[in-house]
Design a protein around this ligand. Structure first.
Ligand code: NAD
Length: 355
């Protein structure tokens, strides 16, 4: 049964990743009771940055493929972040992305509906638009053109949820732009964070393409605000609907992102290596619907504020000699490391510690 009130019981899956800790803190600040659910692939990748983000009230360590009804006990809403979450990880094994992202979403959503959870917020992605044919602005009605296993899994996840939508069970799809921002589980495999990492550590802002692809951006705190708005909105405002999540001015060409980093790090030089020729991921997105029809959603973070935040994090010594391209900050490397250490099998299931 969904109830909107001052305090709701919300299960946030994937809370021990990049976006999750910031989202949990926002939900806690808004007065909600939060259960975190995560298998903990990146649990050890914690880099303290002096902030004290509130932890969940309860933490469940479990694979989404094994979620059980008791995990959802008493939940009013689910925000589903858990999954393999970018294109290179999909290249590990496309079947794996399908099993975890689509299969995991199916299992969690079916159980949520059976258990009477009224609201299911799905972290989808603008990457489902993939390569836009004419370069025009894409709204929520635009055709899908997914160009990676990851994007395909997000299209399939939305399909699963659309079929389950019913009175009393309202799924909502937040098609987030590419994220940026500072988190206790920091990532440098995302374009703005990555370019700032290059600028800071080498003095060279290395753009792997020719800089022309369009890449809409959104801060992880604004993604979290959108999820909070989607959880608390009246059902008729969001039922089985998709919202592109970003600011109105969130569409940038990669070269503009590099130049913004350069303005914040004037001593760094920008280079276009062109290693990634013909990057098929290029799309410009229309964010009007969320800005006008998702009650209470007000994004705050601009590209410039994001550059400022990243620079403050770096100048505070948060890297502390760590390589920004190490497994601490690059998801694919961390998963490969744990597989090599025998902690994860080829299906990314946790293995018991060897004695
Ligand atoms: N970061 C972005 O740019 C971005 C953009 C759009 C959408 N999203 C979506 O938002 C969500 C969160 O993104 P993120 O950047 O925080 O990702 P992340 O990879 O940092 O975190 C994902 C979390 O899910 C957990 N997880 C993965 N597989 C699991 C499984 N089988 N069982 C239980 N937990 C599992 C991981 O342990 C991790 O803590 C993802 O669904 C992602 O696709 C992210």
């Amino acid at each position: 049964m969904w109830r909107s009130g001052p305090s709701m019981r919300v299960l946030i899956s994937g809370n021990l990743g990049y976006i999750g800790p910031v989202m949990v803190d926002l939900f806690k600040q808004a007065g909600h009771h939060v259960t975190g659910f995560d298998t903990g692939y990146f649990e050890e990748c914690l880099v303290p940055d002096g902030r004290r983000l509130a932890p969940p009230d309860r933490q469940i360590l479990c694979d989404i493929r094994k979620v059980e009804p008791e995990h959802l006990d008493g939940a009013d809403a689910v925000v589903h972040l858990a999954g393999l979450s970018n294109d290179p990880m999909g290249a590990l094994d496309p079947g794996l992305t399908e099993r975890i992202n689509t299969g995991g979403t199916r299992r969690l959503a079916n159980l949520a509906r059976e258990c009477g959870v009224g609201r299911f917020v799905f972290a989808s992605s603008c990457s489902i638009y993939g390569a836009a044919a004419d370069g025009g602005l894409l709204d929520e009605q635009a055709p899908f053109n997914p160009v990676s296993a990851y994007a395909v899994s997000k299209v399939a996840g939305e399909d699963v949820l659309r079929e389950l939508a019913a009175p009393g069970f309202s799924p909502v799809f937040l098609r987030n732009a590419t994220a940026f921002g500072v988190s206790p589980r920091m990532r440098f495999d995302l374009v703005l964070n990555n370019l700032m990492g290059w600028a800071w550590t080498t003095g060279e802002i290395r753009v792997l393409s020719d800089g022309t692809p369009w890449r809409p951006l959104v801060h992880i705190e604004d993604i979290s605000r959108a999820a909070l708005a989607a959880v608390t909105a009246p059902a008729d405002a969001i039922h089985a609907q998709a919202f592109n999540i970003g600011r109105a001015d969130a569409n940038y060409q990669v070269r503009d992102i590099a130049l913004a980093v350069g303005r914040r790090q004037p001593e760094a030089t920008v280079s276009f290596t062109g290693e990634t020729v013909n990057d098929p991921r290029s799309y410009r997105v229309d964010f009007t619907k969320a800005l006008t029809k998702l009650p209470g959603f007000e994004p705050y973070w601009t590209l410039e504020r994001g550059c400022e935040e990243l620079c403050s994090w770096l100048s505070a010594g948060s890297l502390a000699g760590r390589d920004f391209q190490s497994r601490l900050f690059i998801r694919l490397k961390q998963l490969q490391h744990r597989m090599e250490k025998g902690e994860l099998d080829a299906d990314l299931q946790l293995l018991p510690p060897s004695v």
